[in-house]
Design a protein around this ligand. Structure first.
Ligand SMILES: C[S@@+](CC[C@H](N)C(=O)[O-])C[C@H]1O[C@@H](n2cnc3c(N)ncnc32)[C@H](O)[C@@H]1O
Length: 429
């Protein structure tokens, strides 16, 4: 039986696509043709439903388990998803109980899950009565964080900070914007506030492309923490800067806007195309290269390199709540190997006295601090150049004891936080 497209129906499909077929959230959304046919409001609602299920999955599944004598069999996986969808609305999105229950039961029927309709109805009705008190007693930070991440964060930052990070992940991140110039004037036009780091911040929601200045290429979307590593290169006006893992080009845009000649390299042709179109919208000129940075070498060593290496992206869980459900500790190990090879290649490209900024949007020390320790431990011909809080808008809490950048989602808590980024600055001896 097929049902007419609806936000709830699309969210149900997407929960399965992320949690069982292991598709990244943004890809799953792009590939869902019925979702594209929905009006913008319904599309936004579908995304909100899905993001709420992903952010609160541990809590929601514990509540379902509380109501069932034994777990649902594997063949009833979609029924579990229906319950997740209903509970996200009932307990976290303040949908009126009768609407949350009735729409979920209707969806179960429309999708042909007639034998589970009664169970869906009974669980949702029971939790519409008891759910709020049960939620109150839950440890939300712990339940919504997979064990491997919790363990790694407790080891790296201590349990209170791991807890604060997990709490920050429960909320949608604000919309952060980098402007080509005149941040103050754009703040007014975009109804945004100016952070001490130079990023503009406004409430998320609504179509980005219809905001003033987007079509004219005056600004681009970039988390406040993601905008910090390029600042560590220092004054790059009129210099050549190689951006080794450049696509989709947020940091390349900063480099070009700072007046440097940017060489943007990425091994993915599709992503380089996207970078070129992003930079064309911004009317910024850069040189692009499709190549593997581990093999590629510039004609001669250069003074400035940015290496924004591929990583697990656990620092961006606020914006990508699918990450904890898709990545594993094995991914950390695999990517740490790639990062190590990229770092050694980058050092080889660097001229004497040249500056290399290495960064990742990961919270895992294996992809940050430990990479630099290993590189220096192996005697690579570079030294660390610790950063000063003045370079990053005075955010001294974001500087590690070694002098690296270490932002966490729980930093800048009074201003809605920022993504988790690691960056180290190295100078070739
Ligand atoms: C974290 S993303 C870069 C984000 C980008 N710097 C920005 O600010 O928009 C990592 C990029 O590294 C690229 N990449 C992965 N391995 C690579 C390699 N060996 N050589 C070049 N690029 C690589 C990926 O295709 C991906 O686009």
């Amino acid at each position: 039986m097929t049902s007419p497209p609806s936000a709830r129906g699309a969210a149900l499909d997407l929960i399965g696509a992320v949690l069982r077929q292991k598709h990244p959230l943004d890809e799953a959304i792009d590939e869902h043709s019925a979702l594209a046919e929905l009006p913008p409001r319904d599309r936004a609602f579908a995304r909100l439903l899905l993001a709420t299920v992903l952010r609160r999955l541990g809590q929601i599944d514990a509540l379902i388990a509380h109501c069932l004598e034994k777990p649902l069999p594997a063949r009833a996986a979609v029924t579990q998803d229906l319950l997740r969808l209903g509970l996200a609305q009932l307990l976290f999105l303040r949908t009126p109980p009768h609407a949350a229950v009735a729409t979920t039961v209707d969806l179960a029927e429309a999708r042909g899950f007639l034998s589970y309709k009664g169970l869906v109805n009974a669980v949702l009705r029971r939790l519409s009565q008891e759910g709020a008190a049960l939620v109150e007693a839950q440890d939300q930070a712990r339940l919504n964080t997979p064990q491997w991440l919790w363990r790694n964060w407790c080891e790296a930052y201590g349990e209170p900070t791991a807890h604060a990070i997990a709490i920050a992940h429960l909320h949608e991140a604000p919309l952060d914007i980098s402007v080509r110039s005149d941040p103050q004037a754009w703040c007014e036009r975009l109804d945004a506030t100016l952070l001490s780091t130079g990023t503009l911040r406004r409430q998320a929601g609504g179509p980005i492309a219809s905001l003033p200045g987007y079509g004219d290429g005056e600004w681009w979307v970039q988390d406040a923490a993601a905008a910090l590593p390029v600042k560590l290169l220092g004054n790059i006006a009129n210099e050549t800067v190689i951006d080794l893992c450049a696509a989709p080009g947020g940091k390349t845009a900063q480099i070009a806007a700072a007046g440097a000649h940017a060489i943007a390299l990425d091994r993915s042709p599709r992503r380089v195309e996207r970078l070129a179109s992003n930079l064309a919208r911004l009317k910024l000129t850069v040189e692009t290269q499709v190549a593997d940075a581990i093999q590629w070498r510039p004609p001669e060593p250069v003074k400035f390199i940015l290496l924004d290496a591929p990583c697990t992206a656990t620092g961006a869980i606020r914006r990508h709540p699918d990450v904890p459900h898709l990545k594993t500790m094995d991914d950390v190990g695999r990517l740490a190997g790639v990062q190590e090879r990229l770092l050694h290649a980058a050092v080889e490209m660097l001229a004497p006295g040249g500056i290399l900024v290495y960064c990742t949007c990961s919270l895992e020390p294996q992809e940050g601090r430990m990479q630099i320790e290993r590189l220096l431990g192996k005697g690579a011909p570079v030294v660390r150049v610790p950063l000063d809080a003045a370079e990053i808008g005075g955010l001294s809490e974001c500087i590690s004891p070694d002098g690296d950048l270490r932002t966490l989602p729980c930093h800048m808590a009074d201003k809605e936080g920022l993504d988790g980024f690691f960056a180290a600055r190295l100078r070739r001896a």
